[in-house]
Design a protein around this ligand. Structure first.
Ligand code: C5P
Length: 405
């Protein structure tokens, strides 16, 4: 979001306090953030809060501009996105009917920037046919309307009407301002470790935070792909807008990957799958009666190798990851060939700044024609975007090849 100009319009609902968190997230993402509030919005949270968070003057009144300023025109025409959060039933009605009786509604009327509406109200109000009709009108005009969350509302009732979480509003904003170069592509990403039970309370697993796979899923969604994320247990929240399939064992992961394969163009296997599992999982907790205990391990399916050897059944591109502690290139090249992949992303996990749990990675991309791209240390988000750039180029190349151009 670096350098993007984002306007946050706060109308008068109790969820106005959550808009403060949204503004903080926008500023953290380096967006140039400007806030305007309706006079009712300013009854819930003071403009000063938003001025302190955004670092910019908050406009509340049409008539508090100085000199000849025409901010109600320029704000909506010189920005990249307008986010109305919270959008009350009243404000939604004003938008649907073209009413401009304060700064925010007038700015929206004159806007050329994209608009994201985040409704928040009592659930009966939300279900009211008048509100639903107004939302339909907005959607038909190309305005993006987020679904409100469900749960307990400030008015002590349950149901739809809660302002979407600020993190989810951010993700929807990213989708609206990012180039949609992966639109139309269906991408399956696997992430995290698998866990293989020993007994009901113990398991063996791999070290993996899932951060790289989640970064890939999130970046692909932001760029317009439809994304399925098959993930082993992690501490991460599934990215907004992604179809999420949580699994535990390698066998579960295999089932989920093969079930989703027919609808995919690209499979990226960033998961750290356990190579072995205990032959038997005890029905009850194993007691520490003996001085030693042996576990017999049997080999798990190599999901990626099976996808690679079944390539004739599906024309999706296959991308693997190779986490190594020594002989990085030799091992990664062997996997690329052995598993019949289009590309492998290799990283040396013995480094402190690369691999497990870190937010950065230093990787090499190896292609099926033997070419190697050596990348500098970067954030996992940046690695994700770069890997997706390369996959997209490869996908476009394969389309040209298939159509004989
Ligand atoms: O052979 P190795 O496990 O090092 O290969 C790593 C790549 O293979 C990763 O992309 C990983 O997700 C995938 N893999 C798999 N099934 C396994 C083991 C690894 O799909 N059982």
């Amino acid at each position: 979001m670096k350098g993007k100009k984002i306007i946050v319009g706060v109308s008068g609902g109790i969820a106005a306090y959550k808009a403060a968190e949204l503004v903080r997230l926008l500023v953290k993402a380096d967006a140039r953030t400007f806030v305007t509030m309706t006079s009712n919005g300013a009854r819930f949270v003071t403009p000063l809060t938003f001025e302190a968070l955004s670092g910019n003057r908050v406009i509340r009144d049409m008539w508090d501009n100085e000199g000849t300023s025409i901010d109600h025109i320029s704000w909506g025409q010189e920005s990249d996105l307008i986010i109305i959060a919270p959008a009350t039933a009243n404000f939604i009605a004003k938008m649907a009917h073209g009413i401009g009786d304060d700064f925010l509604s007038t700015m929206v009327l004159a806007a050329t920037a994209g608009i994201l509406v985040c409704p928040s109200m009592n659930s009966q109000m939300f279900k009211n046919p008048a509100v639903q009709d107004n939302l339909r009108v907005l959607k038909a005009r190309g305005i993006t309307v987020m679904e409100p969350g469900e749960g307990q509302l400030a008015c002590h009732t349950e149901g739809p009407g809660r302002l979407p979480e600020p993190g989810d509003i951010m993700e929807q904003a990213f989708i609206l301002i990012s180039p949609q170069d992966l639109s139309g592509l269906k991408i399956l990403v696997t992430a995290g470790p698998t866990v293989e039970p020993i007994d009901p309370v113990r398991y063996i697993t791999n070290r993996s935070s899932g951060k790289m796979g989640y970064a890939l899923a999130r970046a692909a969604r932001r760029r317009g792909a439809s994304v399925t994320l098959v993930s082993g247990p992690t501490n991460l929240k599934p990215p907004y807008g992604v179809e999420f399939c949580g699994v535990k064992t390698a066998e579960d992961m295999k089932q989920a990957v093969f079930k989703n394969r027919p609808k995919c163009n690209i499979i990226i296997k960033a998961a750290a799958v356990s190579d072995y599992r205990p032959r038997d999982s005890a029905a009850h907790k194993i007691k520490k009666d003996e001085d030693s205990l042996s576990l017999e391990l049997v080999k798990n399916p190599d999901i990626l190798a099976e996808l690679g050897s079944a390539r004739k059944e599906s024309d999706c591109l296959l991308v693997g990851f190779a986490a190594e502690t020594k002989d990085l290139m030799a091992n990664a090249k062997k996997k690329l060939r052995g598993k019949n992949l289009d590309m492998i992303v290799a990283n040396d996990v013995s480094r402190e700044d690369s691999g497990f749990e870190t937010d950065t990675n230093i990787v090499k991309i190896i292609y099926s024609d033997g070419q190697v791209e050596d990348l500098a240390l970067m954030t996992k988000d940046a690695v994700a975007d770069l890997v997706l750039d390369r996959i997209n180029a490869m996908w476009e190349g394969s389309l040209e090849h298939r159509s004989g151009n």
